[in-house]
Design a binder for this molecule. Structure first.
Ligand code: PLP
Length: 430
């Protein structure tokens, strides 16, 4: 495969952009590649790079493109919105419509505030929890990513782990001290810490962690979190930036029937445009300015173009909830076929799967938390990545991410994927 032009652009890019990219995982460094592919266009399940190569896309912009790239209806809504004006700094009716739609799909949300990114939404939710409980500390889980705000950048999953770090430099000791981290899924450690810790304002988690590779939660663990948070006056925050509108219209909270106090959303609710949201119980949300004194603001919060794309995306999903069943069925079939290949080629690998998400972990053990994910084979993952790329399939350039299947993936994509996986397994065995 010729990707020469991408290499040339990367040369140029490194002179003006740190590491040549605007988000670290994009650099392909962790999968032992010298440079990433630069994308020119996308349509449906496919990406097209600057060298004219076509790829089946298993990244889906890291989650937003559940319907595939450039869905006709979403595109129409965006074009209409562009004609009407791109940013006003004043409210629009569409924002109200999106808030109403989110509320309808997430009964735990009485009120919701839009942001421009998931990072901002998670940061605001934590601030709100602190104000509400008048306590300072936050509890998060190792390997869960909640964006790059200071207090949430401790043992923070994929982007950092990809480069061998667990925390970011530049965060004060005081901030680090206020963030308690626990292994995901470990009920004993959770109970132990909650028995001794009186200062916890919130527990924030990805109910379906997808930033240490995909981890499937135990329903009992989520239930325990709910019980303990109620008992100890701790705000339970579900970060559903990936799982929201992905594992089900009502997210992981609908799937597992657990009601958080606050929910963080992003990705799909912007249909491919910059967006985030945090919402929850009225009594908590009414502490946000201008009603209360917890400040949150944003020049482009609730941007009309993002909101139009999000509204159309959610409306499509709401009108046709069969999309979720079909996506689940197709992804499950794909995963079963991958598992057959794992057996056929005697590969040390295991696949975690839920809805339209999956991760192939190169390990002969089940992967249930960050420690397990870190112990998986880097070399095998890198071989898998490069082999897939050569075959015109773009999978996550890090073993700590999930594959995202979209509504636009067709039989041709699935056959290509299976053939690609088989070839990669042969390469791993060489
Ligand atoms: N929360 C989760 C679970 C995420 O996966 C991400 C991003 O991948 C974020 C928060 C941060 O969102 P954003 O990248 O929009 O700031």
């Amino acid at each position: 495969m010729n990707i020469k032009k991408s290499g040339e652009i990367f040369e140029r890019s490194q002179k003006s952009i740190p590491g040549g990219v605007n988000s670290p995982v994009r650099a392909f460094k962790s999968v032992d590649r010298q440079y990433p592919i630069f994308i020119e266009t996308a349509k449906g399940s496919r990406l097209y790079d600057v060298d004219g190569n076509e790829y089946t896309d298993c990244i889906g912009s890291w989650g937003p493109m559940l319907l595939g790239h450039n869905n006709e209806r979403v595109l129409e809504a965006v074009k209409k919105s562009l004609d009407e004006g791109t940013s006003f700094g004043l409210p629009t009716e569409k924002e109200v419509e999106l808030a109403e739609l989110i509320k309808e799909c997430y009964p735990s949300i009485d009120k919701v505030r839009l942001t421009t990114s998931g990072t901002e939404a998670a940061m605001a939710a934590v601030r709100l929890a602190r104000a509400y409980t008048q306590k300072n500390k936050i509890i998060k889980f190792e390997g869960c990513y909640h964006g790059h705000s200071d207090s949430l950048m401790v043992k923070a999953g994929s982007g950092l782990l990809t480069f061998g770090h667990q925390d970011s430099n530049g965060i004060t000791e005081g901030v680090m001290k206020d963030t308690i981290t626990l292994p995901f899924g470990n009920s004993e450690k959770l109970i132990e810490i909650l028995d001794s810790e009186e200062e916890a304002a919130c527990i924030i988690l990805e109910p379906v962690p997808a930033n240490m590779g995909l981890i499937i939660p135990e329903e009992g663990f989520l239930k325990l979190l709910r019980e303990k948070c109620t008992e100890k006056n701790i705000v339970l925050i579900f970060d559903e930036v990936i799982s929201g509108f992905r594992v089900s219209l009502g997210g992981a909270q609908e799937l597992f029937n657990i009601t958080p106090d606050l929910t963080v959303l992003g990705k799909i609710i912007g249909g491919g445009f910059p967006v985030g949201a945090f919402g929850g119980k009225k009594e908590i949300m009414d502490m946000v300015a201008p009603v209360g004194n917890v400040y949150h603001a944003g020049t482009l919060s609730g941007n009309p173009v993002s909101v139009s794309a999000g509204l159309e995306t959610i409306n499509i999903l709401k009108e046709n909830r069969e999309i979720y069943n079909t996506l689940e069925k197709r992804t499950k079939e794909l995963v079963l076929r991958i598992e057959e290949l794992i057996e056929k080629y005697n590969i040390k690998a295991t696949v975690n799967h839920i809805g339209s998400l999956y991760t192939i972990f190169f390990s002969d053990k089940k992967v249930e938390n960050l420690e397990d994910a870190m112990a998986t084979d880097d070399k095998a993952y890198n071989t898998y990545f490069s082999s897939m790329l050569e075959d015109g399939i773009i999978v996550p350039p890090s073993k700590y991410e999930a594959h995202f299947i979209s509504w636009a993936h067709n039989n041709e994509d699935f056959e290509k994927l299976i053939a690609g996986v088989e070839k990669s397994f042969i390469a791993i065995n060489q």
